[in-house]
Design a protein around this ligand. Structure first.
Ligand code: PEP
Ligand code: MN
Length: 337
């Protein structure tokens, strides 16, 4: 249950009614104040709550399980700021970089190439979730240090994936934004920690998840104190084997109808092959994506994992793609450059 109140002064009276049998927390947004609780709702004395001066609204979370992520809570689009980049504004942001941070030289060379194209945010995994224990699992802390060094030398902001809740705090010291990969969309201890730490988060949809469950995962992060959440579609599992996953382009308009949060697309993991990335990127911009998350590497042949190499675009290919995207973006009232 969520209770909206008129001001901070009303919060203690509401907390008093709820205390004891419920986990109670305050959520403060610009000029809006809430008390949210979890527990056995049958024991809540709703008439006592309604009698409190300053209680504006009692929200049934069975009806609105992702209330704070929804348009019911906030009609206006949210813009998430990362460095000097706005995600959710008129400009479609480009986020690009290697799947995994493998060494300083390749990461730096890729980042320099991308910075020259106008990309402002570098992606790169230091902690890699893998389907087998035999694949390269990432450099961990050494990878975070490489990202921070590349950021210092190029001026790019950086985003990296986190897997374990205990890595969130340390990663936050080195990067500007964190990513939840598809395997961890429902890792609630991780979502909770990301909520508490407060840095912008890219939350990827699990390939087997509904959009409603993606929004419930986003709610965990917001409920724990962090409203800077970006939703990411990265392909869903279907019977099709010609592509790695099937890009659900309709996720963008559907999520935008349901939610005020920015929605971005990762065409690289959906396609699994670089040839398809440009056309899927174009479709994504037309569908209304607020950013593209694309894998890029200066020398895919040097990458450790062949699957990662297959889907990586060279920075010059990203540059060509951005040029091709510009008239398409303009046709839908956006810009890329
Ligand atoms: C990635 O971004 O490199 C990644 C592993 O993505 P996903 O979680 O979407 O598979
Ligand atoms: Mn990858």
């Amino acid at each position: 249950m969520i209770i909206e109140v008129a001001d901070r002064g009303t919060i203690p009276a509401v907390q008093k009614v709820l205390q004891g049998t419920h986990e109670v927390r305050k959520l403060i947004f610009p000029e809006r104040f809430f008390v949210a609780c979890s527990g056995d709702e049958r024991t809540i004395d709703q008439s006592a709550l309604k009698k409190i001066d300053g209680v504006l609204n009692i929200i049934d979370t069975n009806q609105h399980p992702y209330y704070f992520a929804s348009r019911v809570f906030k009609e206006k689009d949210t813009i998430v700021r990362v460095g000097d980049v706005e995600i959710g504004g008129r400009r479609v942001a480009m986020i690009a970089g290697p799947c995994a941070v493998e060494n300083l030289d390749d990461t730096l060379e890729t980042a320099i190439g991308l910075a020259q194209t106008g990309v402002k945010i570098l992606r790169g995994g230091a902690f890699k979730p893998r389907t087998t224990p035999y694949n390269f699992q990432g450099l961990g802390l050494a990878g975070l240090k490489i990202l921070a060094e590349v950021r210092r030398r190029t001026g790019l902001s950086v985003v990296t994936e986190v897997i374990n809740p205990e890595d969130v705090e340390i990663a936050a010291e080195y990067v500007d934004m964190m990513q939840v990969g598809m395997f961890n969309m429902t890792n609630t201890p991780l979502l909770k920690r990301l909520g508490e730490v407060g840095k912008p988060v890219i939350l990827k949809r699990n390939a087997y998840s509904t959009l409603a469950n993606l929004l419930k995962a986003a709610e965990f992060i917001i409920y724990n104190g962090n409203p800077h959440v970006i939703l990411c579609e990265r392909g869903v599992k279907t019977q099709e084997t010609a592509t790695r996953f099937t890009l659900d382009v309709s996720a963008v308009p559907v999520l935008k109808r349901l939610s005020h949060l920015p929605v971005i697309i990762d065409p690289s993991h959906a396609a699994g092959h670089r040839d398809l990335v440009p056309i899927l990127s174009k479709c994504s911009v037309v569908a209304g994506a607020d950013a593209l998350l694309i894998e890029s590497h200066v020398a895919p042949e040097r990458m450790i994992k062949p699957g990662d190499a297959d889907q990586a675009l060279h920075p010059t290919e990203i540059q060509a793609l951005m040029k091709d995207l510009q008239p398409i973006a303009e046709a839908v009232g956006r810009t890329v450059l």
